[in-house]
Design a protein around this ligand. Sequence first.
Ligand code: DOR
Ligand code: ZN
Ligand code: ZN
Length: 324
Amino acid sequence: MPIVRTSPFVDLHVHAREPGQTHKETIQTACAAAKAGGFGAVTLMPNTAPVIDTPELVRFVLARAAGQPVTVYPAAAVTEGQRGEALTDFDALKRAGAAALSDDGLPIRDEALLRTALVRAKTVKLPILLHCEPETEDCERALFHVKQTGCPAHICHVSLASTVSVLRTARRQGADFTAETCPHYMTVKASGTMNPPLGTETDVEAVLDALCDGVIRCIATDHAPHTEAEKAPPNPLNGVIGLETALAVSLEALYHSGRMPAEGVFRLLGAFPASVLRVPVPGGMIEVDTDAEWTAEPDRFLSLSGNTPFPGLVLRGKVVSYGD
Ligand code: DOR
Ligand code: ZN
Ligand code: ZN
């Protein structure tokens, strides 16, 4: 059996829904799902209810994370209530334990505010994770400010060929940025509603090329649990879960397709995301059976929600042991 040992992975982008939406997920169930997926650390997004925008709320997240089997790195909001008006106190949030800053779900429209945020994030040495919408135009705008200020940014969930080409140009121009994509943007077999939405086959190819040539160096899940009722037509909430399928989908798209060795996929899931957060790769080792076949069945996930973009799909690759 093709068993490969590696360090546990680091997910830069998880919505654990606590506080306030624990009918979808909790920090505990998100951590259990993360561990099952091979992750040893997760960044939790702050768009909870209330939004994580104070040191007290950062401490609340960390308290809920205590004793969980994976390390939790809380992201705090860039702006109060993610309203895009007033910046939060980055320094105080960092001292409380925030590991990143993000208004994920909502782009920061005020350009002066975005610039100040980039400068302050650099000063306090916290990565700033940007949700760009509309993706390509907003990403181009953000990277313009990154170049002008000389302050780095991380671009969330890249899904389009046009965005990849913006990233490529910015990289050539020396812009200091990192970027992630998600497993559901790496295959035409994904389905469901999420933001950004699924692209075309051309977009998928461009995203895979970007992962191969280093323009995008992180795979993050954007694990976004919602209940069945919340995902029902005619107005389904945006988001799909991903912690328990990320490894298999990434292996299928990049390793089984012959694009890179399994170790290359592990770096995209582990070492590179860790470097964005400036944290060590998680300790211990996992063993991955790269060929193990299994079926993505919504009812069998440890996540509290079942809104997978791969229902019924036969996947290849899973974690078979979590050792030291
Ligand atoms: O699909 C999405 N779901 N996109 C976002 O930006 C937010 C996320 C969520 O919180 O459900
Ligand atoms: Zn987002
Ligand atoms: Zn998100």
